[in-house]
Each structure stands twice: as structure tokens, then as C-alpha cells.
Design a binder for this molecule. Structure first.
Ligand SMILES: [Zn+2]
Ligand SMILES: [Zn+2]
Length: 305
């Protein structure tokens, strides 16, 4: 951000608030035993931001969040206050598909996700842009119209957080321009419910060099999308090299990104306060050891203890 000539840069703008930053840091947690178990799992690892699946992500079955489940979930959040909580949509959904049957099924599943997330009172639904398969521009259009249709069918306030993708095959969302285009193509009446989630592994795999051009990447994000539309960050190192177009998450500091981009994220004034969620491998022994270690590492980078 430039300051006008004659105005001295205000120092407080560069001061990081580690408290605020530390308040919204966590991981994707299991919902084995039902959605209401997620806040407890998040609390157990000291998370103040969690992500969960509201259903089995690789199956089409659409479970319902009954009022009783929603109550249990809210109570669990009261007892285990994790702050920020989002869902991640199903891997089967392809809102950009040219196949009318798959597209219709995807829209129905996405409406299911919106309905469950609204009932649970979540802060967003992380959603991968779809695969265009045949024609790129037509795919962007189909993806946006499907989002419009689903948002109109599931009124409420929960926002859709379009996630940056690694860019393998014909998947949309590997460039900031594509993400912005999808949002712009969503109809006026529901566009305010479309925001974004940036995944570090996917950004790096898609060719955004967080290692050597950290500030430039976020300058570009701000120019093309707007930093104010960034609702969530996924904190993942990558098992594959820069610009690999592959999506293989690694533990922080153990992949091709290394620790430095994560340290920069943890101290970046413009990314302070944006919830940061790990999707790193849980490990073989249990579901907490790796997450506890990763969260401790990130907090230390941010200057917290
Ligand atoms: Zn994702
Ligand atoms: Zn992600």
C-alpha cells in the first residue's frame, strides 16, 4: 500500500498483533461420530479455527442435519469455543461439468452442503471450482451459474469460499483471474455470498511463487481479487515441486515450500486475523500428534508461545 507524499507512514500499520493472529489458527478435524464431535477435537489441539466435512466427502449420500444435531453442534461450540468453523465440500461435486446429469447431481449435492452448513451455523463452505472438461470459458460460466442456482435454492448467510486449485487437468481456479471471473459471473443477488480460500500448496503448485515472491503474490491477489474477499487460508506444504500442477500436501517445512513462506504468513500484517487452517497429513499414530506439532511450529513463527 502506498502512502501519499507528505504523509509519514503510520508505524502501527506494520505492527503485528500475534494475539489476534493466534486466535484463528487450527486444522481440519475429523467428524467421526458426527459433526458435533468436531469442536471437541479442535479444542483438544488448541485450535481456534477448524474445518470439517459435514458428510463423507467421497460419497454422494446426503445426510440431513436435523435440528437436534444442529443444537448439539452449537452446544459443542459453546463448550469448546473454536471460534471460526468452516466445512469443505464433497470431492465428487463438479459444478463446471458439461455433463447435464453430473452437473445436476453436483448442484443437488452442493445445495445439501449449503443447507447443512447453514443449519450448523458455519462461517463458510470451502468449495473447489470444477473441471471444465470441454471448453474453458463455458466451464467458468457453468460453474458460476451452478453457484447462483444453489445459493438461490438454499437461502441463508453462509458464504461459499472458492478455493485456489493446483491446476491439474481441466480444473478451474488455478489463477486469481479465473477465481475472480467465477465470482463476477455469479448473479448480482447472491454474489455477496461468494468469497475465497487460498491454499498455500495449491498456490505454489499452480505457479504462484510464495517462496521467492511472497509479497508479489499477495499484491497480485489484492489487485485481481481483493484481500478483503480472502476469508480463509489453508496452510499446507507441498510434496511436489514449484508449478507442478499437483495437489499433494506435506507437513509444514517438510515440502518444497519450506518454512519461510509460512513464517511470512504468520507475521504478515495483511494476513493477520485471517483464519489459517492446516490440512497436513495426520500421521499414522493418532490424529493429534502432527497437528499439535504443526500448530506449535506456526505459533512460534508468529511470535506467540
Ligand atoms: Zn480443498
Ligand atoms: Zn485446501
Amino acid at each position: 500500500m502506498r502512502t501519499s507524499s507528505g504523509t509519514r507512514p503510520r508505524r502501527e500499520k506494520t505492527i503485528v498483533d500475534p494475539g489476534k493472529n493466534a486466535e484463528r489458527l487450527g486444522a481440519h478435524v475429523s467428524t467421526q461420530g458426527g459433526c458435533p464431535t468436531a469442536p471437541r477435537r479442535g479444542f483438544a489441539i488448541g485450535a481456534t479455527a477448524i474445518q470439517l466435512f459435514t458428510k463423507t466427502p467421497n460419497m454422494w449420500r446426503e445426510p440431513e442435519v436435523t435440528p437436534a444435531i444442529a443444537d448439539d453442534f452449537r452446544r459443542a461450540r459453546d463448550v469448546h469455543p473454536v471460534g471460526f468453523a468452516v466445512s469443505h465440500d464433497s470431492y465428487l461435486i463438479n459444478l463446471a461439468s458439461p455433463d447435464p446429469a453430473l452437473r445436476a447431481r453436483s448442484i443437488a449435492a452442493f445445495i445439501g452442503e449449503l443447507t447443512r452448513s447453514e443449519a450448523l451455523g458455519l462461517d463458510g463452505i470451502v468449495s473447489h471450482p470444477g473441471n471444465f472438461i470441454d471448453d474453458h470459458d463455458a466451464g467458468l460460466e457453468r460453474n458460476a451459474t451452478a453457484i447462483t442456482e444453489a445459493l438461490r435454492a438454499a437461502p441463508g448467510s453462509v458464504p461459499v469460499l472458492l478455493e485456489t486449485t493446483a491446476g491439474s487437468g481441466t480444473v478451474l481456479g488455478r489463477s486469481f483471474e479465473e477465481l475472480a471471473a467465477i465470482r463476477n459471473l455469479v448473479a448480482d443477488d447472491v454474489r455477496h455470498r461468494v468469497r475465497f480460500c487460498a491454499d498455500t500448496c495449491h498456490l505454489y503448485s499452480a505457479g504462484y511463487d510464495l517462496v521467492t515472491e511472497f509479497e508479489t503474490v499477495w499484491d497480485t491477489w489484492d489487485r485481481v481479487i481483493g484481500i478483503d474477499l480472502l476469508t480463509c487460508l489453508h496452510m499446507n506444504d507441498s510434496k511436489t515441486p514449484f508449478a507442478s500442477r499437483r495437489d499433494r500436501h506435506a507437513l509444514i517445512g517438510e515440502g518444497s515450500l519450506g518454512t519461510e513462506p509460512f513464517r511470512q504468513i504468520m507475521v504478515s500484517p495483511r494476513l493477520a486475523g485471517i483464519p489459517k487452517i492446516l490440512e497436513t497429513p495426520k500421521g499414522d499414530l493418532d490424529e493429534v500428534t502432527n497437528d499439535l506439532a504443526m500448530l506449535a511450529l506456526l505459533r512460534a513463527m508468529g511470535g506467540a508461545n
